[in-house]
Each structure stands twice: as C-alpha cells, then as structure tokens.
Design a protein around this ligand. Structure first.
Ligand code: SAH
Ligand code: DHB
Ligand code: MG
Length: 229
C-alpha cells in the first residue's frame, strides 16, 4: 500500500494529517479561529498547523519577547506566535483589510489575548513608518502580507530589527514559480526581488526551505540579522 503512494498532493495532505494527528492535538482556541475565518468567508491561506507549531518553537528557541507580523488575516498565525510569548511579551500585527481585521480581533478576544496583540489596521507601508517612530526593535518578524511588496518591506523590517533579530518570510517558492525570471506574476517578481536583496546584504544570514502539504507547494525564508544595523 505504501509502495502505491506516489509523491504528490494527495500524499502531502495525508502526511500532514498523519503528523497533525500525532503531534498536534486538537486545539479549541485555534479551531474556533479557523471556524470563524471560514464562516466569514476569508480565504483559507493561513499557515498549516505544523507550520504554526514551527513559528511557536522559533519564538521559544529565540526567547522572543517582541514580535512583528505583516499580514494578519484571521489571526491564526498571530495566535500561534502570541501564545509562545513570555508573560511580558507582545506582538504587533499589521493588516490592510478591515474585514479580516474584524474577524481577527474577535478571535483574539475569544482567545483572551487582546492585551498581548496590537493589531494595526492599514497598508503595511503606511503603518511600518509609524512603528519606527514608536521605537523597536523586534526580536522576531513574520512577513506574510502581499508578496508584491516584500522587497519594499525589507528595509523597514531592518529598521525595526537589531543584530540577532530573526525574520521568517512566508510564500517564497510559490509552486516553484520563484525560479522563473520572466514570470508575469508580480507576486513572483516581488519574492524574487526580496530574495535578491537577502543575498546582497552582508548583514543577513539567510536560507529558504521548500514546503509541501495540504496547502500545496510553497516555502519560507529564514533570515538572521548577523551584522550591525
Ligand atoms: N499570517 C496569516 C495569513 C496572512 S494572508 C496566517 O498565516 O494566519 C495575507 C494577509 O495580508 C491578508 O489578510 C491580506 O489582507 C493582508 N495584506 C495584503 N496586503 C497588505 C498590505 N499592504 N498591508 C498589510 N496587510 C496586507
Ligand atoms: C496567499 C497568501 C499567503 O500568505 C499564503 O500563505 C498563501 C497564499 C495568496 O495571497 O494567495
Ligand atoms: Mg502565507
């Protein structure tokens, strides 16, 4: 039976389910957030449970106390990040869509995490400069907003970082389309420009991992600020 399984979307989904059942017991808070997201008609493009757990582990490994997220959606990834914080930690999450923000705020309230999560409504290129004025730096940043703007976000993320900050960028593979220099998709071009900026910056130590699963084939970049900013 195993031999009949060819690597493909069905297998990826089955393996996701296998690890979810094994390692990720059902979680009423996260499930309620997903249910509310679906009920509100939001796109199902949040991180997978196993990726959410990875975000949680990275927060804990890094001892992050101040987190910044770009792209809240219904706050599913925000909840994973927020729940990994120590008692005195906080997370700022940026979202441009008022409808998404409303669903997320209700999810944060239901989770009892309103005091930990600071949701800023607005296009991130507008809200990031405000954050710079308020000070920083953030220990960990999860970049998951509009892919077109990834290269425009990076300088702001570095302004909001310090040596030792960890940046995770979602969706840097896009079904493999990332390797096409002639792609007409502005999201692919955005990610490609972002990756080129990572490569060119000697203050950053970066890698990228491909991921497969129930949500298809994509990947994320992991970036450590190793130089002085
Ligand atoms: N991080 C979420 C998924 C985010 S989906 C999770 O894993 O649970 C991407 C989100 O980015 C969407 O909600 C979209 O509305 C938001 N977004 C798109 N353009 C944006 C912009 N310019 N500024 C801030 N958020 C933006
Ligand atoms: C899309 C956005 C995401 O952040 C993601 O993880 C998957 C898809 C999208 O905009 O299509
Ligand atoms: Mg994403």
């Amino acid at each position: 039976m195993m031999a009949a399984m060819t690597p493909g979307a069905e297998t990826w989904s089955a393996v996701d389910r296998y690890f979810e059942e094994l390692l990720l017991p059902s979680d009423p808070v996260l499930q309620a957030a997903l249910d509310a997201s679906v009920a509100a008609g939001l796109p199902e493009i949040q991180v997978q449970p196993n990726q959410g757990r990875l975000l949680e582990l990275l927060v804990r490994i890094h001892g992050a106390r101040r987190i910044l997220e770009l792209g809240t959606l219904a706050g599913y990834s925000t909840l994973w990040l927020a729940r990994a914080l120590p008692k005195d930690g906080h997370i700022v999450t940026l979202e441009a869509d008022a409808g998404h923000a409303g669903v997320a705020r209700a999810n944060f309230a239901r989770a009892g995490l309103e005091s930990v999560i600071d949701l800023r409504l607005g296009a991130a290129l507008e809200t990031l400069p405000q954050l710079v004025n308020e000070g920083g730096p953030f220990d960990l940043i999860f970049l998951d907003a509009d892919k077109e703007n990834y290269p425009h976000y990076l300088p702001w993320l570095l302004k909001l970082s310090r040596r030792g900050s960890l940046i995770i960028a979602d969706n840097v593979v896009r079904n493999g389309m990332v390797i096409d220099p002639h792609s007409a998709d502005p999201r692919v071009q955005g990610v490609r420009s972002f990756n080129a900026l990572l490569a060119a910056d000697p203050r950053l130590s970066s890698t990228a991992l491909q991921t497969v699963g129930g949500k298809g084939y994509d990947g994320f970049a992991v970036i450590l600020v190793t130089g002085d900013l």
